[in-house]
Design a protein around this ligand. Structure first.
Ligand code: FEO
Length: 395
């Protein structure tokens, strides 16, 4: 049985990283991550993207097991981020006559990162490359999520090599085809991957989806996660909704707390939301939850409530960092509410008013501010904030 074949003459030669704790030194990898590369064993043998450099020996062995000592004619670089481009210099050493295929923006990065020169084929939108049986056409996808990103489309077997698009965290344990593996872990890891890494670039993703929507696509070979066949409609729908900042009904309550008072306010709001029929209520203590999970949930749900103690006449540091992450990703179209506490001088609520202005979120009610511990009227105000949020969500 040929365990690497995808279809036609296209093989999977990617690797799994179960060693790295933090992707980009920031994002936890509870299920690891795969760096996918594809080898087309055609008349013109072609490699699509590479893998992170520390996996080069494993990668090279996979290539040799398929093609032996035959030379590789082309190396197509769809994306230059080092988790995929990391082995370019080593591939060039192994195959000195290889021709690297990229667009005008690709080669400056290859030179800058790896000092690699030599045979180049510069392609632009709509250019084609005949490999024998397979025929690649190149489409530019700038800012999904780097400027040089392009995708390669094989018209023979209708396979899209999509760079990071449609990718997700999670290693490929055993098989790589969506029809041969349990997909449970990938769906949330796709939301966490998209929202944290690509999240800022919703408009370019929408432009790319519109362009690729005109192509008949039977298989998507992304650079991370499963090779998609049967589940393409679901995967495209997830990327489409996330890039439109479209979200499910539900409320994320993210709070900072030192002595439990803001947590008490968060719980009070949450129980009122639940009583009013909002089923998806997610509470995040910003000092405990990983920021990547909070961001993923903010992309998933339509309502957002933030709570912060006053700290050094400012926001609680974890909240300050979260608000910055939200603004950086230019999240749009959320119903928003906020609350804050203080001991002798209230500043958290004032600071969050600045965030409301910048985010352009739809404020559902006035903020709730309380001094020291929660007391009688504070519970009434918490319920009113929850009621306003529930109403905004249609309850
Ligand atoms: Fe997986 Fe943008 O690199």
């Amino acid at each position: 049985m040929n365990k690497t074949l995808i279809k036609g003459k296209i093989h999977y030669v990617g690797v799994n990283d179960r060693n790295k704790h933090l992707f980009e030194n920031m994002l936890p990898l509870p299920y690891g991550v795969s760096y996918n590369s594809y080898l087309i064993d055609d008349e013109q043998i072609t490699l699509i993207d590479t893998v992170e450099a520390s996996f080069f020996e494993v990668f090279l062995q996979k290539i040799h097991r398929l093609i032996g000592d035959k030379p590789i004619k082309y190396l197509v670089i769809n994306h230059m981020e080092p988790d995929h481009s990391g082995s370019i210099r080593l591939i060039k050493q192994e195959y000195p006559d290889i021709t690297i295929v990229g667009n005008a923006k690709t080669f400056g990065m290859i030179e800058g990162y790896y000092g690699v020169q030599g045979n180049q084929l510069v392609v632009k939108e709509g250019d084609t490359l005949d490999l024998g049986y397979h025929k690649l056409t190149f489409y530019m996808a700038p800012m999904v999520h780097w400027p040089e990103v392009m995708v390669s489309y094989d018209s023979t077997e209708q396979v899209l090599f999509s760079a990071d698009a449609f990718g997700c965290f999670g290693t490929l344990d055993g098989g790589f085809l969506d029809t041969r593996i349990n997909l449970d872990k990938y769906w949330y890891e796709m939301v966490r991957y998209y929202s944290n890494i690509v999240g800022k670039y919703g408009a370019p993703v929408q432009r790319a989806l519109a362009k690729l929507g005109t192509l008949p696509i039977q298989t998507i070979c992304s650079t991370h996660g499963p090779v998609w066949t049967e589940y393409i409609p679901k995967v495209v729908s997830i990327y489409d909704r996330l890039s439109r900042y479209d979200a499910d009904e539900g409320v994320v309550i993210a709070y900072g707390t030192m002595y439990g008072h803001n947590e008490q306010m968060a719980e009070e709001i949450a129980s009122e939301l639940s009583a009013r029929g909002v089923k998806n209520v997610v509470l995040h203590n910003v000092s405990k939850s990983d920021p990547s999970d909070i961001i993923a949930d903010i992309f998933r749900y339509k309502g957002l409530i933030i709570g912060s103690p006053t700290y050094n006449a400012n926001l609680y540091p974890g909240i300050e960092a979260l608000l910055s992450k939200i603004l950086l990703r230019e999240v749009k179209g959320r119903f928003f509410g906020y609350f804050g506490s203080f001991t002798w001088a209230g500043m958290a609520v004032k600071k969050m008013a600045e965030f409301v202005e910048k985010s352009k979120f739809d404020l559902v009610s006035e903020p709730v501010e309380f001094k020291q511990a929660m007391k009688g009227d504070d519970f009434v105000k918490a319920a009113a904030l929850a009621e306003a949020m529930a109403k905004a969500l249609g309850h």
